[in-house]
Design a protein around this ligand. Structure first.
Ligand code: 5GP
Ligand code: MG
Length: 197
C-alpha cells in the first residue's frame, strides 16, 4: 500500500524493499501530456493507418494510454529489446528478445518508447525498421534523458525531458518492480540505481 501525494513530495512504498520515491511527474500531469501528444500524432497519422511499435516492457502503460486517446485506425505491435548483460550492466549491444511479426514494408511506423537514455535501443530499432523498408519511421518517447546520450537520435514526439536520475513508475521498472506506480518517480537509492546501469 502506498500513498501518492502531489508532485515533489516524498512517498514511501511498502513492497519487498523500501525506498523513498519522489514524484517527478504525477498522474494528472502525465495524463495531460499524453493527451497533448495524441493531438499532434493524430494530425500527422490520421490518414496513414500507422503501425505503432511499442518497446516492451517499459512502454506498455504509455502505449495503452496513448492508443486510447487516438480515434482513428491504427495497428499496434510489440517488440522486446534488451541492452543489458546478465550482470545487469549495460553492454551497449542490443538483443532482440521478442521480434516484430508484422510486415513493415511500406508502413508508416511510430516507435513508442518509455525512455531514451543512451539512445542505442531506439537507434537499433529505427535502423532495423528502415532496413525493412518502412515508408517512414518516427519516434514517440514519453521521457528523454539527453545527458546520457551516446548516439544521435531524433525524438519526433516527446513527453518529458528528465534529469540524470533513475526513474521508475508508469511502466518503468527497477528490477521489474514499480511498473505499476501511476506516477513517474525518482528513486532515491544510489546503490540500486547504479546496479541497473
Ligand atoms: P537506451 O540507453 O538504449 O536509450 O535505453 C535502454 C533502456 O534502459 C530503456 O528503454 C529503459 O528500459 C532503460 N532505462 C534507461 N534509463 C532508465 C531510467 O531512468 N529508469 C528506468 N526504469 N529504465 C531506464
Ligand atoms: Mg524502453
Amino acid at each position: 500500500m502506498w500513498t501518492i501525494p502531489k508532485t515533489g513530495f516524498i512517498i514511501s512504498v511498502n513492497m519487498s524493499f523500501k525506498e523513498n520515491l519522489t514524484v517527478l511527474y504525477g498522474r494528472n500531469e502525465i495524463d495531460f501530456k499524453v493527451r497533448q501528444l495524441a493531438q499532434v500524432i493524430k494530425q500527422d497519422y490520421e490518414d496513414k493507418n500507422p503501425l505503432f511499435v511499442s518497446v516492451l516492457k517499459g512502454s506498455f502503460i504509455f502505449m495503452a494510454d496513448l492508443a486510447r486517446q487516438l480515434d482513428f485506425p491504427l495497428e499496434i505491435e510489440f517488440v522486446r529489446l534488451s541492452s543489458y548483460n546478465e550482470d545487469t550492466k549495460s553492454s551497449g549491444k542490443i538483443n532482440i528478445v521478442q521480434d516484430i511479426s508484422f510486415e513493415v514494408k511500406n508502413r508508416h511506423v511510430l516507435i513508442v518508447e518509455d525512455i531514451v537514455d543512451s539512445g542505442l535501443t531506439v537507434k537499433f530499432l529505427k535502423d532495423m525498421l528502415e532496413e525493412q523498408q518502412a515508408a517512414s519511421v518516427r519516434v514517440c518517447a514519453l521521457t528523454n534523458k539527453p545527458s546520457r546520450r551516446t548516439c544521435a537520435v531524433d525524438i519526433d514526439y516527446l513527453g518529458f525531458s528528465v534529469p540524470d536520475k533513475f526513474i521508475v513508475g508508469y511502466g518503468l521498472d527497477l528490477n521489474q518492480k514499480f511498473r505499476n506506480l501511476p506516477d513517474i518517480c525518482v528513486l532515491d537509492e544510489p546503490k540500486q540505481q547504479s546496479e541497473m546501469r
